[in-house]
Design a protein around this ligand. Structure first.
Ligand SMILES: Cc1cc2nc3c(=O)[nH]c(=O)nc-3n(C[C@H](O)[C@H](O)[C@H](O)COP(=O)(O)OP(=O)(O)OC[C@H]3O[C@@H](n4cnc5c(N)ncnc54)[C@H](O)[C@@H]3O)c2cc1C
Length: 641
């Protein structure tokens, strides 16, 4: 009689199965197929929505909600398809998948597909990964919200809203975009609306989840924010109401249905978000920074340590000048390319990278009269300028946006301005190296998030040009009023309405009956509306990152979950990394920068998959603490593992 060793099953719970949760599942399965586990593995994905697509990419949302990334730049698989079945590690990019499905044939690699279609792709990816999981590995979608995390005998118990209980060895939190409780200002707006018939206040969220159907035709609707969610709200209340955008004589025009309301929108800048350049880069394009390099950041840290006694950086002093140089480098290189040739551009770039007299160099190449891009001015073009009337403001705004559309249409390589701004996307990895894990001094960290981040987003992460053209069409059609810079929103008791107004535009005061906050809630751990996260925080299983300056004691609570560097263990209330609990993506935003990403890229693995890979490796490195069970069994009773 032989002894049979029953290896205990490894239970892994992933909480939240949007793109990030899917990426963790993917890398777990890849690693398990490359090096099979010694025992069975069970992976439980808690997700109340569709596994893979999750909430943001749910397949049932309206087709006018578009992605903000060109289809050809997107893959959720960490390697290309290899001719075998689609499975973890090997599958089509989004563009390749679209080509395989004739009903989506209209969406090319440089197009921005509907979010619902990307959701279909993600769901398909999940199903293929689960169906082709390696032997001994079970993937289970628990279609419930996880509502509680507790510890029991050294393991973590995850309780679902439907009563499912999973005792897990490892738990990964990938809960994505948060819902937060209203702050005092929002509570006042909610109360104001509740106390008056005919008024409504709609809190910020993914536009597909906003209750906008009650808005009546012709109603005056205030919209707070002119960023990506503004375009979604705009699409829902125009295309979603049966209106159509048409091209006439090279210009976008709007054909109303009569069912749309009138939008009155405003923001801090008063500027409709600028368009991103038409994509001209190949899916596998990777930029090698010249100035804002990893070495330069390391050197800046050494310098900071020497001079201040702390390796924390000051973003404005240590990083921004490098970033600006990088932007200028690409800007002037693109100018040379446009004026002369690709060969000349290469030559110019090589000299500019090493030049100690850049001014002289620009003169020599006939570029002395071309001013470099001014990021702040681009994002806040109106400054303190005052306008006599809404009409005068709209005139200036439309001129500016038409110019922006023209530049965006030239592309993110050919147009010098759009090429240089696109580099802000391509250099994010290096900026992260400077910013992440309290890499900046507390005050600089706060400034980075409140000042630089919005500017950066405004100039480099905008919608495709078609959306900006649609906003212009609505302004011209009299269906969209942009209020102006420094828009103020108040609940006006005397008027019995919400009022929007810009101190820089005379006559801009507008009363509205519905007010929509078109901004995605920022991560604010202390204000989370997710019972799981608030309970884990209250019980000290997770904590908020507080950036502390060791020299001055200055503190900045960042609003995000504190995690270690890879593999992103959460830090508990005693300050210890928890070996069994990880957090990745949006809940850790501010601990890490720009984690709000929903895909990798085709070709070599990018940060999106490397993050997940690190967690997967750590999960599988550590086996359950439970000792193997040894059975004295007859051979025919042996359990195959
Ligand atoms: C409207 C919108 C559009 C965007 N468009 C783009 C784009 O075009 N390109 C791009 O790269 N990025 C885009 N982003 C950025 C976005 O961060 C990512 O695309 C992506 O959705 C992030 O993936 P995630 O898995 O981290 O979070 P999410 O997509 O938010 O997924 C998290 C999942 O966790 C689930 N969950 C939360 N709490 C629990 C719980 N307690 N128990 C169980 N499940 C839970 C949620 O249901 C959700 O499905 C967009 C973001 C938004 C909000």
């Amino acid at each position: 009689m032989a002894d049979v060793v029953l290896r205990p099953e490894l239970h892994v719970a992933i909480v939240g199965a949007g793109p990030r949760g899917l990426s963790v599942l993917e890398r777990l399965l890849v690693q398990l197929s490359e090096s099979p586990a010694s025992g069975p593995v069970r992976i439980h994905l808690f997700e109340p929505g569709e596994a893979g697509a999750g909430r943001i990419w749910r397949t049932t949302q309206a087709p006018w909600f578009l992605m903000n990334t060109a289809a050809g730049e997107v893959s959720v698989f960490s390697n290309s398809a290899d001719g075998g079945p689609t499975r973890a590690g090997y599958g089509p990019s989004f563009a390749e998948w679209l080509r395989e499905h004739p009903r989506w044939s209209g969406i090319g690699p440089n197009d921005y597909g509907p979010r619902a279609v990307y959701g279909e792709y993600l769901r398909h990816a999940f199903e293929a990964m689960a169906a082709n999981a390696p032997l001994g590995v079970t993937v289970r979608h628990v279609a419930e919200r996880a509502v509680r995390l507790t510890r029991q005998n050294g393991r973590t118990v995850v309780t679902g809203s439907g009563g499912t209980v999973v005792t897990a060895d490892k738990v990964v939190l990938t809960t994505g975009h948060p819902r937060v409780t209203p702050d005092d200002a929002e509570k006042a707006l909610l109360t104001f609306a509740r106390q008056r018939v005919g008024l409504a206040y709609v809190r910020g969220d993914s536009a597909a989840d906003l209750p906008l159907s009650a808005i009546g035709p012709g109603e005056q609707v205030g919209v707070v924010g002119l960023g990506l969610t503004f375009f979604d709200v705009m699409a829902e209340l125009t295309e979603g109401r049966g209106g159509r955008f048409v091209e006439r004589d090279g210009r976008t025009e709007y054909v109303p249905s009569g069912a749309e309301p009138h939008l009155v929108a405003g923001s801090r800048s008063g500027l409709v978000m600028l368009a991103r350049g038409r994509n001209q880069k190949s899916p596998t394009y990777r930029y090698r920074p010249v100035f804002v390099t990893e070495e330069a950041i390391v050197e800046a840290r050494r310098r900071a340590q020497r001079t201040t006694g702390s390796a924390q950086l000051d973003f404005a002093r240590d990083v921004l000048p490098l970033l600006k140089l990088e932007v200028e480098h690409v800007y002037y290189t693109a100018h040379v390319r446009r004026r002369l040739s690709e060969e000349a551009a290469q030559r110019f770039a090589a000299i500019h990278a090493k030049s100690t007299d850049r001014r002289g160099l620009l003169e020599a190449w006939g570029l002395a009269d071309v001013p470099p891009p001014d990021l702040e001015r681009l994002a806040r073009p109106f400054g303190d300028r005052e306008f006599d009337s809404p009409r005068a403001f709209h005139g200036t705004l439309l001129d500016l946006l038409e110019q922006d559309i023209a530049e965006a249409r030239q592309g993110n390589v050919d147009n010098p301005l759009k090429a240089s701004l696109d580099i802000l996307r391509d250099t994010r990895a290096v900026v992260r190296q400077a910013v992440d894990f309290a890499g900046l001094r507390p005050e600089s960290h706060r400034m980075f998030l409140s000042w630089f981040n919005p500017i950066n987003t405004m100039v480099s992460a905008g919608p495709p040009a078609v959306r900006v053209a649609q906003a212009c069409a609505l302004i011209r059609a009299g269906l969209l009023t942009v209020v102006g810079p420094a828009t103020e929103v108040v609940a006006d008791h005397a008027a019995g309405a919400f009022v929007l107004h810009s101190p820089f535009v005379r006559g801009s005061r507008r009363e509205v009956t519905t007010l929509v906050d078109a901004r995605i809630p920022r991560p604010q751990l202390a204000a989370t509306a997710d019972p799981l996260i608030s309970q884990a925080l209250a019980d000290g299983l997770i904590t908020e990152l507080v950036n502390v300056d060791s020299a001055t004691g200055q503190r900045f609570p960042a609003g995000s979950i504190a995690v270690t560097r890879k593999p992103f263990h959460v830090v508990d209330a005693l300050g210890n990394p928890d070996p069994d609990l990880y957090a990745l993506g949006v809940p850790t935003e501010n601990t890490r920068w720009f984690t709000q990403i929903g895909n990798g890229r085709p070709g070599p693995m990018t940060g999106f998959h490397h993050d997940a890979d690190a967690i997967a490796a750590d999960v599988l490195r550590h086996r359950p603490a439970v000792a193997p069970v040894v059975l004295s069994a007859r051979p025919r009773a042996a359990v195959a593992i």
